[in-house]
Design a protein around this ligand. Structure first.
Ligand code: F0G
Length: 455
C-alpha cells in the first residue's frame, strides 16, 4: 500500500468522449496542446508533477526569502553536499539550466560528449554550443523484451574506444544518465558506473551524472545488483555520486518538487566559471532563479526521495500497472523501471507504419477513450521526413511512455488506465495513424499539427 495518507485533494476532470474528440481536433491532434482540465489521468510526465509532503509545505512556509545568503540556501546546500559529496552547489531553476551552464563552461564547437543516452534537452544543449553528443548504450538495451536488470548501462568497450581512438582529444566529458530516461527508464548498475568512472579517470575526462532520477536508480541497484542487496538506497545514491566529478540535477523528478535543480561540482575552478554564468543568467549564487521556499522544498524532497518505503511503493505501482499492461496484451520495455512504462506501440499496431506514428496513434486513442494523456517516444519524436512526406529517418522503436507522477495517483487510477488500455488493445486494428500537417523546425513533437489517416 501507499506509505502515506491523503490530507489535501484536488478534483480530477471527467469529460465525455465527445468533448475529448472535439478537444483533440481543436489542438490539431497534439496532446501537448490540451488544457490540463481536459485530461482525467495525466501521465505526460513525472517532472514537476509530484505531490508535496506536509513537511515540504511546512519547510516552504518557513523559508527565508533573502536575496543573498538566505538560511534556506544554506539548508539546501548542506543537504545537497551531504548527498553528493560535492562542496560546490549551484541552485538552478531546472535541470536544463544546469546543462546549459555546465556545457557553456566545458564545451567549444567540435567537442564531444559521451553518454549512456543523452536526454533530449541535454543533447540540445550540447548541440547548441556546437558540440557533438554521442550515445553509447549497452547492447542489452537493444532487446526491449529481455529481463536484463541494467539495460541503462553504458557500453564500456565502446567508451574505452572513444576515450583512446582518433577522436579522444575532442572528448570533453562523459554524462551518465540515471536512470536512463531516453533508454526506457532503465537503471545503470553500480558496477557499470564504477567502471565508467575508472575509464574517465584514467583518461582525464570528467564524469558527470545526470541525476534526475538518482534515488530510483539507487533503489533498483539495491534490488537488482547482488553486491548491493540489503543496503539502503541512500547509501547506494551517495556511493554513485561519489564516483563522479559532479552532477546535473532536475529536482522536478527525484527532488519531488514542482520546480528546481542544481549543479554540484568538486573542481573549484570549474565551479567558479559556472557561478559567473549562473549569476549572469539564472540569479545570484544563493538562489539561482528559485524562491527560498523552492530551495526548502527541494532540500526536504531530496531526503524523502531515498526513503525505502516510498521507493518500494513506487516500484510496486509501476509493477502493478505493468501487470495490467501485459494482461491487456500489450508489450512494454522489460523489466519496468519506476518513473514510467514504455509501451511497444509499434508491435501493437503493425498496420501503422513508423511515419504514421503508431506511438502517437495509441496516445490519441488512450485520450479519446479514457481521458489519459501520455507521450509518444518514436518517430514523431526522433524521425524525419523529406518535403514529400517520405521518411528519411525513423526511430529504432515506436514507443509510448506512461509516466507516473510521484505520490499523485492511487491504484484506482491505475486500474482505469489498465481498463482503457485493454479496451483499446482489443480493437487495435481500428486505430489509425497520423500525418504531420505542419511542424516547427526543431523539437517538432511539442508543436506539430497532425491529421488522422483512416485505417
Ligand atoms: N535529464 C533527464 C534525464 C530528464 O528526464 C530531464 C527532463 C532533464 C534532464 C531536464 O530537466 O525538465 O528540469 O529541465 N525530463 C522531463 C521528462 C521533461 O518528461 O522526462 P528539466
Amino acid at each position: 500500500m501507499e506509505p502515506y495518507r491523503i490530507k489535501a485533494v484536488e478534483p480530477i476532470p471527467f469529460t465525455t468522449r465527445e468533448q475529448r474528440e472535439r478537444a483533440l481536433a481543436r489542438v490539431h491532434h497534439n496532446l501537448f496542446g490540451l488544457r490540463a482540465d481536459e485530461v482525467t489521468i495525466d501521465l505526460l510526465t513525472d517532472s514537476g508533477t509530484g505531490a508535496l509532503s506536509a513537511a515540504q509545505l511546512a519547510a516552504g512556509a518557513a523559508a527565508d526569502e533573502s536575496y543573498a545568503g538566505s538560511a534556506s540556501f544554506h539548508r539546501f546546500h548542506d543537504v545537497v553536499r551531504r548527498l553528493t559529496g560535492c562542496p560546490y552547489v549551484l541552485p538552478v531553476h531546472q535541470g536544463r539550466a544546469a546543462e546549459r551552464i555546465l556545457f557553456s563552461a566545458l564545451l567549444e564547437p567540435g567537442r564531444i560528449t559521451l553518454s549512456n543516452t543523452h536526454f533530449d534537452t541535454t543533447r540540445a544543449n550540447v548541440e547548441l554550443l556546437g558540440g557533438e553528443a554521442r550515445d553509447l548504450p549497452c547492447a542489452a538495451a537493444g532487446d526491449l523484451d529481455s529481463a536484463e536488470p541494467f539495460k541503462g548501462n553504458i557500453d564500456l568497450d565502446r567508451l574505452a574506444v572513444a576515450l583512446t581512438g582518433p577522436d579522444a582529444a575532442r572528448v570533453a566529458l562523459v554524462v551518465m544518465t540515471l536512470t536512463n530516461n531516453g533508454g526506457g527508464g532503465q537503471p545503470v548498475s553500480m558496477d557499470n558506473l564504477a567502471r565508467a568512472a575508472a575509464l574517465c579517470r584514467a583518461h582525464g575526462v570528467p564524469l558527470v551524472l545526470d541525476a534526475a532520477r538518482f534515488a530510483e536508480n539507487a533503489w533498483l541497484v539495491t534490488r537488482r545488483e547482488p553486491a548491493w542487496r540489503g543496503r539502503s538506497p541512500r547509501a547506494a545514491a551517495e556511493h554513485a555520486f561519489g564516483l563522479a566529478d559532479g552532477c546535473l540535477m532536475s529536482a522536478k523528478k527525484d527532488g519531488i518538487a514542482h520546480i528546481g535543480g542544481f549543479l554540484a561540482l568538486r573542481d573549484p575552478g570549474l565551479a567558479r566559471r559556472c557561478e559567473i554564468l549562473l549569476i549572469a543568467t539564472e540569479g545570484f549564487s544563493t538562489y539561482g532563479g528559485l524562491a527560498g521556499r523552492d530551495l526548502e522544498m527541494v532540500a526536504q524532497g531530496l531526503t524523502e526521495a531515498t526513503e525505502p518505503d516510498y521507493l518500494r511503493s513506487r516500484e510496486e505501482a509501476a509493477g502493478y500497472l505493468a501487470g495490467l499492461v501485459r494482461a491487456a496484451g500489450v508489450d512494454l520495455v522489460e523489466p519496468p523501471g519506476l518513473h514510467a512504462l514504455y509501451l511497444n506501440a509499434g508491435r501493437l499496431l503493425p498496420h501503422v507504419p513508423p511515419h504514421r506514428y503508431p506511438g502517437h496513434a495509441l496516445a490519441c486513442r488512450l485520450y479519446t477513450e479514457g481521458g489519459i494523456r501520455s507521450v509518444e517516444l518514436g518517430s514523431l519524436y526522433l524521425g524525419a521526413e523529406d518535403e514529400h512526406g517520405t521518411p528519411v529517418r525513423t526511430a529504432p522503436y515506436e514507443l509510448l511512455r506512461l509516466a507516473l507522477p510521484r505520490r499523485v495517483y492511487t491504484q484506482g487510477h491505475l486500474d482505469h488506465v489498465g481498463r482503457v488500455l485493454r479496451d483499446v488493445a482489443e480493437r487495435a486494428g481500428s486505430v489509425g495513424g497520423y500525418r504531420i500537417v505542419e511542424q516547427p523546425p526543431v523539437l517538432r513533437h511539442f508543436g506539430a499539427r497532425l491529421a488522422p489517416v483512416p485505417v
